[in-house]
Ligand binder design. Structure first.
Ligand code: GDP
Length: 503
């Protein structure tokens, strides 16, 4: 039997059995890295790989601190069909003069790291040194929202999508979509120009709603927000039609759904139903089946500080958005998906990124905030079974700490070079000047940060953060050293995610 004849989980098992038989025993851990756009996925993976393969300082990554990791290196990834995470390009940008942050995640990609290590266990050591493959899978969190589509036919999805647009009708783009679709006759002959225009209006509305209110990031379909390789593809030329009879087409609805009525072949309703079904069959299902269902561990990155900058409502919005994203981790959300979960994600790290934007005296409050966000999302999404840990981290530390004198007091501050165009208190930065900033304090009780009865003027966070220029990375020192970016708690993240696999 060829590997290509098998489902992916079966192929994984066979691959490992063959490796064992050939004496190349190496366990594999598939680590998913996700989060909404700009959460910090690309920076996280780039720094993690460099810290592991270069001279990273990782005192809280136990196998590293105990001196049991002998070598970590990149290897060709096992999945030929996936793009490789362009680690070297990202690293080169960080090493440029001036350094530049790499471009963020726009599609799924993968990278394989191999660890050679000495086991803690005498029994395992007796079988020789250990090897572990870590397959890092980077994907947009926006894609997880499409899980809901697996249970919906086109008519059901259309109803929901247009109801969402009606709620957002204060935005002109939502009104434009509603006016356009309201004037259409689904039984009219398909006019491709109309399909294209509808899809364009739909996409523009989604993007505008999302930019205005982050919780609307959970309005899908996910590929309309983050098209990845499907940008411009005919698979994305559909949009919701009003709920009038005759939209479902016999034989084309997703399995398990009884198509109620038929729309004539060649009509607009028929064409859009077909395209929606193709999207579910050829985009959504393959992602969940071939990638998501094969993950062992997951880190979900959250840019809680940007939300804090915008106030209590934005934090509520973020909690709502994270609930939408985390529903995918709830066992039994979807029966098709639960059948696929041979191995289930058993650890999820929920990490607030960019902790270097705050003084360390606020880090535990940031961790409490992400813990509260996790709690909200966990209660709402009701996922169980996985160990979930909150953490505040900075994959790349772009600031250092100091103190400035304010009257008689010494106030803790952070020092860095704000990016050109960033503003604080009416000052616009030029991107070149190092500046000491007081980002403010986070309250110890995160609940006061969310909107609602507990919020008080005194409790609302008085935090202002700006984006900083990346520190310049030296690729190789004259002595042959390979410096790695300074970080905050990247080692603790690693320890939680894979420490036990290297025991
Ligand atoms: P992605 O869209 O999730 O891949 O997000 P990126 O990894 O591209 O990060 C988005 C932006 O956040 C970057 O361009 C940086 O400006 C900022 N950023 C991400 N991680 C860090 C960090 O650890 N420290 C600091 N100071 N900024 C970060």
């Amino acid at each position: 039997m060829k590997l290509t004849d098998l489902t992916d989980p079966a192929a994984d098992a066979l691959r490992e059995a063959r490796a064992l038989a050939a004496g190349h025993s190496a366990a594999t851990v598939r680590l998913g890295v996700t989060g909404l756009s700009r959460a910090g996925k690309t920076v996280f993976i780039t720094s993690l790989v460099r810290n592991l393969t270069g001279d990273g300082r990782l005192p809280f990554f136990a196998p590293h601190a105990q001196g049991r990791i002998r070598r970590v290196y990149l290897e060709p990834q096992p999945d030929d069909a996936l793009p490789r995470f362009t680690y070297e390009d990202h690293l080169a940008l960080l090493a440029a003069d001036p350094p530049v942050w790499p471009e963020g995640t726009r599609r799924i990609s993968q990278l394989r790291l191999t660890f050679e290590y000495t086991s803690e266990s005498a029994l395992r050591r007796a079988f020789g040194d250990g090897r572990l493959h870590l397959d890092i899978v980077d994907y947009p969190g926006e894609w997880l929202i499409d899980l809901a589509l697996l249970d919906q036919d086109f008519a059901t999805w259309s109803r929901q999508a247009l109801a969402d647009a009606a709620v957002a009708a204060r935005y002109p783009h939502a009104r434009a979509l509603l006016a356009f679709t309201g004037a259409l006759d689904p039984h009219a002959a398909l006019d491709e120009a109309v399909a294209q225009q509808g899809a364009r209006l739909f996409r523009t509305y989604l993007a505008a709603a999302r930019a205005a209110e982050p919780h609307l990031s959970t309005l899908g379909p996910g590929r309309f927000l983050m098209p990845g390789d499907l940008d411009g593809s005919p698979l994305l030329t559909f949009f919701p039609l009003p709920p009038i009879s005759g939209l479902a087409i016999s034989g084309l609805a997703p399995s398990g759904l009884a198509p109620s009525e038929t729309a004539a072949r060649g009509s607009l309703g028929h064409a859009l139903t077909r395209r929606y079904d193709s999207y579910v069959a050829h985009v959504v299902k393959p992602f969940f089946r071939d990638h998501f269902a094969r993950l062992d561990r997951q880190i979900v990155l959250v840019d809680a500080l940007s939300a804090l900058n915008r106030g209590p409502q934005a934090l509520d919005d973020l909690a709502t958005a994270m609930t939408g994203v985390l529903k995918a981790f709830r066992p039994g959300t979807n029966s098709w998906l639960s059948r696929l979960f041979r191995r289930r994600v058993d650890r999820i790290l929920f990490a607030a990124t960019k902790a270097d934007h705050l003084h360390h005296s606020s880090h535990s409050a940031l961790e409490a905030l992400v813990g509260a966000l996790t709690e909200t999302a966990r209660t709402r999404a009701e996922f169980a079974g996985a160990v979930v840990k909150p953490l505040a981290l900075a994959a790349i530390r772009a600031t250092r700490e100091g103190e400035v004198k304010s009257g008689r007091e010494l106030v803790p501050c952070i020092i860095g070079t704000p990016l050109a165009g960033e503003r604080v208190a009416g000052v616009t930065f030029d991107g070149k000047t190092e500046t000491a900033l007081f980002p403010g304090d986070l309250p110890a009780d995160p609940q006061v940060l969310f909107s609602g009865p507990a919020t008080t003027a005194a409790g609302a966070a008085d935090v202002r953060t700006v984006r900083f220029r990346a520190p310049r990375l030296v690729l190789e020192t004259s002595g042959g050293g390979r410096p790695a970016p300074a970080h905050i708690r990247l080692d603790r993240a690693l320890d939680f995610l894979i420490g036990d696999k290297l025991a």
